[in-house]
Design a protein around this ligand. Structure first.
Ligand code: KIV
Ligand code: NA
Length: 266
């Protein structure tokens, strides 16, 4: 079908239907998710964790994000591709935010960017949108602010819900096409969704948001250790891959691989 565009996501909000978003960092996974009908692919700065093995998202650079962005764009025929502005690429000034977003679109080829932060960043959103860059806002728990927020903690509980509503409204007013909420109580996320005309996306934010997003390695069970509460594991890829690697290893050592069918004759 035709490329998913912003108006398709807005239509979902207007008609009360849903859309799905997954992270992607490389062309093959992007093409699988794209063919499966996932509407939005996120080149997340979670690549810092899932691909590069850092313990936070802080170290990944704009240049590294461009590489992942190009890889995902090449595999996405239909999905809208959104790329994170990494830590340090937008905080310094409005000009820095515009320059970084333009780089992700021009060199990475993505269709939109995502930026962490609340009402303080509304002027940055307005300037990027004016430059022709669609912006997805990201509020609630924002991993780039892990140290400022005191670790991975639910945001927008109790009295903090009002401040979150104000952030969401300011970002929408500045032109954000979607507001993503991470680790937010279901009731707060529902209030934000109801207050906005634009769609919302949730991760650990309950079922009232227009869209849902998960990190693919969590969703497909590739990682080791326990997952956060908001993750649902739809597959156990880690055991599939480990089993296949062990079978290959065994067959190489005992000579079962390669057999005649994998060899060239004279
Ligand atoms: O980088 C990422 O994967 C994200 C999602 C968790 C929303 O920002
Ligand atoms: Na991110």
């Amino acid at each position: 079908g035709p490329r998913i565009r912003l108006h398709h996501l807005q239509k979902a909000k207007d008609e009360g239907t849903k859309f799905a978003m997954l992270t992607a960092y490389d062309t093959m996974m992007a093409s699988i998710f794209d063919a499966a009908g996932i509407e939005v692919l996120l080149v997340g700065d979670s690549a810092a964790n899932t691909v590069m093995g850092y313990s936070s998202t802080l170290p990944i650079t704009l240049e590294e994000m461009v590489v992942f962005a190009k890889s995902v764009v090449s595999g996405a025929k239909r999905a809208l591709v959104v790329c994170d502005l990494p830590f340090g690429s937008y905080e310094v000034s409005i000009e820095q935010a515009v320059a970084s977003a333009v780089k992700l679109m021009k060199e990475g080829g993505v269709h939109a960017v995502k930026m962490e932060g609340g009402a303080y960043y509304a002027p940055h959103v307005r300037a990027m949108v004016a430059a022709g860059v669609p912006v997805m806002a990201h509020i609630g728990f924002t991993p780039q602010a892990e140290h400022a927020l005191g670790g991975y903690r639910v945001q927008g509980r109790g009295d903090a819900a009002e401040a979150m509503l104000a952030d969401a409204r300011a970002l929408e007013e500045a032109g954000a096409f979607t507001v993503l909420m991470e680790m937010v109580p279901t009731d707060t996320a529902a209030r934000v969704d109801a207050a906005l005309h634009v769609p919302t996306v949730g991760i650990g934010a309950g079922g009232a948001t227009t869209g849902q997003v998960l990190v693919w390695q969590d969703m497909l069970g590739l990682g080791e250790g326990k997952s956060p509460r908001f993750v649902k594991k739809y597959a156990d890829l880690r055991s599939v891959v480990a089993g296949a690697a062990a079978a290959y290893h065994r067959e190489v050592l005992d000579g079962a691989f390669p057999s005649a069918e994998h060899e060239f004759g004279q």
